[in-house]
Write a protein that binds this ligand. Structure first.
Ligand code: NAP
Ligand code: ZN
Length: 346
């Protein structure tokens, strides 16, 4: 099936309209007519070449929501007409210790990314800036009724990427959580951590988005450009989730952790980050990373968000505004996720 899409033709080049081939629906596959696809900063890192060479042309998009139009004969979990989602992963070996544990994102054979990855048949995967996608049913999530589909799309990456470390590191009542960067991931982290019952502080470059941060569920909001922030908040947090797409002064943020506190990096900048181990030693602190979440955990996150009335704050755009949206994301001018209306591609 030949479908319309938007693709980056080469590293650092603007995205252009194109057509791509989607495979026939196999035994365990689901054909999804895409309604919305979120724009993640990872899409921008990938097509900019920040993370190394890519198999161009690349159709980005790993925050996909749409309607099931066809299922293979082996599919039992999804039916024609269901609203479903696809995140960052469309395959994994299913057999290694990590897959068996529900951590398919850490598959020892390497998970298959939704775009710019190599699928089981050797073809290159192409993502959600497109009208349709065919995905193995094991990587298709159910979108609960009650979440607006455009607001649900960003949950498939921004939602799970923040939900997973918040859960793992125990965000909840009595815990002080800081979120660094109020962008796509950051605003989801604030909403989810607040819904989990934690006390949430936003650490943003400026106070420009303070009103929004407090409305989203934070009780404190500080500018990291103000040196007083780092003296006033020293030793305060049990958990800091860093969502910044660029390098940060890791030691400065570690100094904000309480004893046994953890700084978890989900931001994935092109350049390495460095730290002084004294920042860890002097407080038994942890510096960790986390990548998206497993499939069952992603479903748990969607159900949690539906239960708490949580969706992303989105600006819905037609596909031909994708390059402009990329510029605005790079300028930290996103409130708080751009989402492509796939109807504009038909
Ligand atoms: P985003 O919407 O651009 O948000 C990033 C935020 O970081 C910005 O809104 C800004 O917030 C802050 N920021 C940007 N540049 C900065 C700088 N130079 N110094 C300090 N702060 C800066 O991006 P996103 O989509 O949320 O993604 C964030 C990062 O997470 C990206 O690197 C992305 O690749 C990565 N990511 C990782 C995973 C994973 O599995 N680990 C999954 C998805 C995305 P303020 O304006 O509030 O300061
Ligand atoms: Zn993403």
């Amino acid at each position: 099936m030949r479908v319309n899409a938007y693709a980056a033709p080469a590293a650092g080049r603007p995205l252009v309209p194109t057509t791509i081939e989607r495979r026939d629906v196999g035994l365990d596959d689901v054909l999804i007519e895409i309604e919305f696809a979120g724009i993640c900063h990872s899409d921008i890192h990938t097509v900019s070449g920040d993370w190394g060479p890519q198999p161009f042309p690349v159709v980005p998009g790993h925050e996909i929501v749409g309607i099931v139009r066809e299922v293979g004969p082996g599919v039992t979990g999804h039916r024609v007409g269901d609203r479903v989602g696809v995140g960052c992963m469309v395959g994994s070996c299913g057999e290694c210790v990590n897959c068996v544990d529900g951590d398919e994102q850490y598959c020892l054979q390497g998970m298959v990314p939704t775009y710019a990855g190599t699928d089981r048949d050797g073809s290159t995967t192409q993502g959600g800036y497109s009208t349709h996608v065919v995905v193995d049913a094991g990587y298709v999530l159910s979108v609960p009724a009650g979440i607006d589909p455009a607001a649900a799309a960003p949950l498939l990456c921004a939602g799970i990427t923040t939900f997973s470390p918040l859960r793992r590191w125990g965000a909840g009542p009595g815990k002080e959580v800081a979120v660094v960067g109020l962008g796509g991931l950051g605003h989801m982290a604030v909403k989810i951590a607040a819904a989990m019952g934690a006390e949430v502080t936003v650490l943003s470059q400026s106070l420009k988005k303070q009103e929004d941060g407090l409305r989203l569920g934070a009780t404190d909001y500080r500018a990291t450009s103000d040196p007083d922030t780092f003296t006033e908040l020293a030793g305060r947090f049990d958990l800091i989730v860093n969502t910044v797409s660029a390098t940060i002064d890791v030691d400065a943020y570690l100094s904000l952790l309480a004893v046994d506190g953890a700084l978890v990096n989900v931001g994935a900048p092109a350049e390495p980050l460095s730290l002084n181990v004294m920042s860890l030693i002097g407080g038994r602190r942890t510096y960790a990373g986390s990548m998206i979440g497993g499939i069952a955990e992603t479903q748990e996150m969607l159900d949690f968000c539906a239960g708490h009335g949580i969706g992303a704050e989105v600006e819905v755009i037609p596909a031909d505004r994708v390059n402009e949206a990329y510029e605005r994301v790079l300028a930290s001018d996103v409130r708080y996720r751009f989402v492509i209306d796939a109807a504009s591609l038909r």
